[in-house]
Design a protein around this ligand. Structure first.
Ligand SMILES: [Zn+2]
Length: 284
């Protein structure tokens, strides 16, 4: 990708709120957010698009709440939870991270060389969104925080891996001089749907659409809208033969796969590999 993001002056933006009923049932928020004092940057550590993150937040089980206000990818920013609620994202309990900051998740951070430029484009849009929000709430650049500042977690992992936090802050500062406009509209293709592989009993299940879970490929295929391409992500380490057979079974059921991210044995927990382009049998 050779777009010059420093010249971008607008960012497609839409509200795709997690339903209030789901927020209540799964206790996704920590209460009202009376005053926005900070903006907190995260990386999703997933390959998914911003739109797909709605499923991820809505699908959380009650009692394990993780939530955030904005997800941004290479095409658009999506508001998932209204900025009047305190989300669970900073890992600091009732501290200022959760109770007084808006969370931006920069998506696609599991995507690396196999999808060149994708994460970088998402990060550039994250710069625009952060600058917009700081300006909108009348906050100084010093109100820009990283997840790590609140709880020590290695997040945003892509920015921290590159020792690039100060550079990121610098870019946001430049963007604040003339903040980008948020343009209402749909920026991304809706055909790609994110799915998490969940370690299951007895074998595995695949979770999408606000927690819908499937344990066999045929019922999953039947539930997918026509034309859907599935982007699959797993965190559990398994034998290559397991992944190979699962990928094969999904394809045999007629499910199109745009990516299949699995952990790399012995590597950093943040490093995962897209095995979807491997020919059958070539997986090692
Ligand atoms: Zn984070």
């Amino acid at each position: 990708m050779s777009q010059d993001f420093s010249k971008k002056t607008s960012l497609p933006f839409r509200k795709l709120h997690v339903p209030e009923e789901t927020i209540r049932r799964n206790q996704l928020i920590g209460g009202p957010l009376p005053q926005v004092k900070f903006i907190t940057i995260h990386n999703t550590a997933e390959p998914f698009s911003a739109v797909s993150e709605q499923d991820r937040v809505a699908g959380r089980e009650a009692g394990k709440p993780v939530s955030f206000h904005y997800a941004v990818d290479e095409r658009e920013a999506v508001e998932l939870i209204a900025p009047v609620f305190a989300c669970h994202h900073a890992g600091d309990g009732s501290g200022s991270g959760n109770a007084a900051s808006l969370a931006i998740e920069i998506c696609r951070s599991a995507c690396r060389e196999e999808r060149p430029g994708l994460y970088e484009a998402a990060e550039s849009n994250g710069v625009l969104l952060a600058a917009y929000l700081l300006a909108h709430y009348g906050l100084p650049l010093s109100a820009l925080k990283k997840h790590q500042d609140w709880s020590g977690k290695f997040c945003p992992h892509r920015i921290l891996e590159n020792d690039a936090w100060n550079a990121f802050v610098g870019r946001v500062g430049e963007a604040m001089v003339s903040p980008a406009e948020l343009i209402p509209g749909e920026g991304s293709g809706a055909a790609e749907l994110g799915a998490m592989l969940v370690p299951g009993d007895p074998s595995w299940c695949i979770a999408l659409n606000g927690g819908l879970r499937f344990q066999d490929c045929a019922s999953l295929k039947a539930a997918l809208p026509a034309g859907t391409v599935l982007l699959v992500s797993a965190w559990e380490e398994r034998e290559p033969a397991f992944w190979r057979s699962l990928l094969k079974a999904l394809r045999a059921a007629g499910i199109k796969i745009s990516g299949f991210y699995v952990p790399v044995t012995g590597a950093s927990p943040w490093l995962r590999q897209d095995i979807s382009h491997f020919a059958e049998g070539a997986l090692v």
